[in-house]
Design a protein around this ligand. Structure first.
Ligand SMILES: NC(=O)C1=CN([C@@H]2O[C@H](COP(=O)(O)OP(=O)(O)OC[C@H]3O[C@@H](n4cnc5c(N)ncnc54)[C@H](OP(=O)(O)O)[C@@H]3O)[C@@H](O)[C@H]2O)[C@@H](O)CC1
Ligand SMILES: Nc1ncnc2c1ncn2[C@@H]1O[C@H](COP(=O)(O)OP(=O)(O)O)[C@@H](O)[C@H]1O
Ligand SMILES: [K+]
Length: 499
């Protein structure tokens, strides 16, 4: 499903109003949904609504009015003067007939639930002074919080904490989720996100054309590769994984098994001769082939049946790996570059980007983690607080000409054309040695089945996260390939494919 920036949400609002609805009607729907969620969440006892000076506060005041009508005791605190409210928020304030408590930490007390309607998508600077004190006091109170639209203090476009932010039990948001609900740290502040309909027609999206999506099957289901009844293994592609030296061959084997489990018809490990015996002894369904140099790899890949290559896990850092990367890009299969394949171009990323842009096959995926990413995009590290992870990855994709996948709990995949997907299905136990190697292999396996690069990266990330959920806590990288069949079955169920 599409993800919106606050600016895109404002356009959705304006297009709806231009179509004949009123802004206040949207606010009434929003406030009522918030009240409904509060009824479900609150234990018996009073409910405190903390309202801010804009329309987020307006939603809170409608919710407060509705909750009283539903028989609850409600207290309201307002930041600023009632008379200073404007537009729809001023109309909402006229609906609230009760008193307003002073905007002080002492007013919080110990309610059954706090409705956080302080700031939503209109947050435009770091919170300070009174608002900051209230946010911190709410977080310290231990009272469950229901956030309206966004936990106050979270930037809806970036997920950043602007000074301080509410930690909510649940967040009710309207029409479509915002990017800040998925990107960290925002996601961690939202609790469960409840998406409600407030009367905005999905048709407005035809005009807004959002380019960010949640990475879930809705986004790529038609591209999911399913073996054909009349097919054979050669029809499912032949992936190659490049192995490192004798002492570091395990990473390539993990990737190779990932490629096979992702559905590649055949997988071959291109192994240095001195590591051939160790690779051959540890592999069964995966084949091995001696390859020491970039020239040898190029010669092997001249056989176009090898249609996808994964390089990087355990490859070794330096000129030898650089050469193999350039040989793979020149040969024309789809390519996924990870780990050492990326680090080998640290300080000279232009050579890599040039090779990517001049390849005859534009299906190239880069899969850095946050440590590797600035080695290629030095001005785009996560130390730069002005750019969100989404923006950083989009810039990287545009600059490199490749699909870029930046790993983490909120893995972002972006294509050079601006499309981007944010994942939120990976459990924390996925952060374990070798799990990234398996991801490289899964993507290579999908590319071998001719899934386009953006979709291959998205499907790979999603399946990897699901495989980790399936394996559960205690997961080691080897488990991921073994739980992938259950993940395939789940996608088959969604596609209605019998098995
Ligand atoms: N769009 C839609 O379709 C719908 C939107 N709806 C709702 O409207 C919400 C957006 O409303 P919004 O635009 O009025 O912004 P909002 O979040 O209330 O904040 C703006 C106010 O806060 C202030 N302010 C900002 N930062 C501050 C700071 N750090 N510290 C202190 N003050 C700060 C800012 O002040 P100013 O910049 O003017 O000084 C202004 O007064 C959205 O989240 C959703 O809940 C729904 O009703 C349904 C339909
Ligand atoms: N906190 C987290 N929650 C969920 N997934 C995570 C988290 N941290 C890392 N991951 C995932 O774990 C994998 C680690 O990959 P990587 O850093 O390449 O490790 P390795 O090099 O050991 O294989 C990536 O898919 C990444 O997205
Ligand atoms: K809020």
């Amino acid at each position: 499903m599409e993800l919106l920036t606050p600016a895109e949400m404002d356009r959705a609002d304006l297009l709806t109003i231009a179509g004949g609805s009123s802004g206040f009607a949207l606010m009434l729907h929003a406030g009522r949904h918030v009240a409904q969620a509060a009824m479900e969440l609150a234990e018996p006892g009073p409910i405190l609504v903390i309202a801010g000076p804009g329309n987020n506060g307006g939603d809170g005041l409608i919710a407060a009015t509705e909750l009283v009508a539903l028989g609850r005791t409600v207290h309201v605190m307002l930041l600023g003067e009632r008379d200073a409210l404007k537009g729809d928020a001023a109309m909402a304030a006229r609906e609230w007939k009760g008193p307003l408590l002073p905007f002080l930490t002492q007013s919080i007390g110990s309610p059954a639930l706090i409705v956080d309607a302080l700031f939503g998508s209109g947050l435009n600077r770091p919170v300070k002074d009174q608002a900051l004190e209230i946010i911190e006091a709410v977080n310290h109170s231990g009272v469950p919080v229901l956030a309206v639209d966004l936990p106050s203090g979270i930037n809806g476009a970036t997920g950043a904490v602007m000074g301080a932010a509410i930690r909510a039990r649940e967040t009710v948001t309207f029409f479509r989720r915002k990017i800040g609900h998925l990107l960290l740290p925002g996601r961690l502040h939202c609790g469960k996100v409840r998406l409600v309909d407030i009367g905005i027609e999905p048709a407005v999206l035809d005009e807004i054309r959002p380019q960010a999506f949640e990475n879930d099957p809705d986004l790529w289901l038609p591209d999911f590769p399913v073996p054909r009844a009349d097919g054979h293994k050669y029809g499912r592609g032949h992936a190659v994984v490049v192995s490192g030296e004798l002492s570091q061959t395990g990473a390539a084997r993990l990737a190779a098994r990932g490629a096979l489990r992702a559905g590649a018809g055949l997988v071959t490990v291109a192994s240095p001769r001195d590591a051939l015996a160790v690779n051959a002894a540890a592999l069964t369904a995966v084949m091995v082939r001696p390859v020491d140099t970039a020239d040898e790899l190029g010669a092997m890949l001249a056989d176009r049946r090898f249609n996808a290559v994964g390089i990087g896990p355990g490859a070794g850092i330096g000129e030898a790996t650089q050469g193999k990367v350039l040989a793979a890009l020149a040969a024309g299969p789809a390519v996924v570059l990870d780990a050492d394949a990326l680090t080998s171009f640290a300080g000279q990323p232009e050579a890599l980007f040039e090779a990517i842009k001049s390849t005859s096959n534009p299906q190239v995926v880069l899969t850095p983690h946050e440590g590797e990413f600035p080695r290629l995009f030095s001005d785009m590290s996560n130390k730069n607080p002005l750019r969100s992870k989404l923006e950083r990855v989009r810039v990287a994709a545009q600059r490199s000409g490749a699909v870029v996948l930046l790993k983490g709990a909120d893995t972002v995949v972006a294509a050079p054309d601006g499309r981007a997907a944010i994942a939120c299905n990976a459990p924390p136990w996925l952060a374990t040695a070798g799990s990234g190697d398996v991801l490289t292999g899964i993507i290579a396996g999908l590319l071998a089945q001719r899934v386009p690069a953006f979709e291959a990266a998205c499907i790979g990330v999603w399946m990897h996260g699901e495989a980790a959920c399936e394996a559960g806590p205690g997961l080691i990288a080897e488990d991921l390939t073994e739980t992938l069949p259950a993940v395939h079955r789940r996608v088959y169920d969604e596609l209605g494919v019998e098995y």
